[in-house]
Design a protein. Structure first.
Length: 122
């Protein structure tokens, strides 16, 4: 059940991330990588709160320690996401949206879920 809740939380945070990214790039004319990083930050904050309060039911633990651990994991996630979007967009020539989808799925399942469950919210 935790995996399903984590994926639902991730989906909500990812939608917020993508919405932020698309608005910044297509409406405000930001560079795709700056928009992607900003979207990742917005989605990360939302995902932390959802993980703490709903996915892992960890609201009774100290938020400061959870946030520090989350920030460490999230920093790695941010770097992996930014690198993936840049490499796929710049070198392969895919649309930044396609690049972000591919990277988000890979990082979300292979990195974020595992470290949040085993390290951040255990």
């Amino acid at each position: 059940m935790t995996f399903i809740k984590a994926q639902a939380s991730s989906l909500v945070a990812t939608c917020f991330d993508f919405l932020t990214t698309i608005v910044l790039v297509n409406v405000f004319g930001w560079w795709y990588l700056a928009g992607s990083v900003t979207g990742t930050i917005a989605g990360g904050v939302l995902n932390f709160m959802l993980g703490r309060l709903w996915t892992f039911n960890a609201a009774d633990a100290r938020i400061e320690w959870q946030f520090i651990k989350y920030a460490l994991v999230w920093a790695g996630s941010l770097l992996l996401n930014a690198a993936g979007v840049f490499v796929i967009t710049h070198y392969i020539g895919a649309s930044y949206i396609i690049s972000k989808i591919i990277t988000s799925v890979a990082v979300g399942i292979g990195y974020n879920y595992v470290l949040q469950k085993k390290f951040v919210f255990r």
